[in-house]
Ligand binder design. Structure first.
Ligand code: DQA
Length: 144
């Protein structure tokens, strides 16, 4: 079994309740189910969420030994965190950045992403389907 880490940043614990007009009504549990359904046989999903930057960095370090790929929605840390970018640079497998909303249609401060400097691909604006697309992509890249 290979594991895909699906990491989520601040405020995404409130997915489904938080600004549903932007982020929709699905919850993070729904995202987990969607990712599990999208993963090819032989792949496990480990979905995590934290409101704390250091915790996300610790999971990325853990991924170095335990994950074949990382799908990450860093939420607001996308636009601020050189530390998450640096952590992702220590990871050798595929990395896909996901945003539920189309960040390019929103405020200009959301147009820049530090994480995109490392991500192999970026998906924005497909709602939670973006996570499933990312999982399918990394499974393909990993050859299953
Ligand atoms: C987000 C977009 C970010 O700009 C925002 O801070 C989030 C969620 C998205 O999934 O659309 O919290 O990453």
């Amino acid at each position: 079994m290979q594991t895909i880490f699906v990491l989520n940043g601040p405020n995404l614990n409130l997915l489904g309740k938080r600004q549903p007009e932007i982020y929709g009504s699905a919850t993070l549990e729904d995202v987990t189910a969607l990712c599990e359904a999208a993963a090819s046989e032989g792949f496990d999903i480990r979905l995590e969420q934290s409101n704390h930057e250091g915790q996300i960095i610790d999971w990325i370090h853990e991924a170095r030994d335990k994950a074949a790929a990382i799908v990450i929605n860093p939420a607001a840390f996308t636009h601020t965190s050189v530390a998450i970018l640096d952590a992702l640079h220590t990871f050798e497998g595929p990395v896909v950045e996901v945003h539920i909303s189309n960040v390019h249609k929103r405020e200009s401060f959301r147009h820049h992403s530090y994480v995109s400097l490392r991500a192999d691909g970026v998906i924005a604006g497909l709602g939670i389907e973006g996570y499933a697309a990312a999982v399918r992509y990394v499974c393909g890249q990993l050859g299953k």
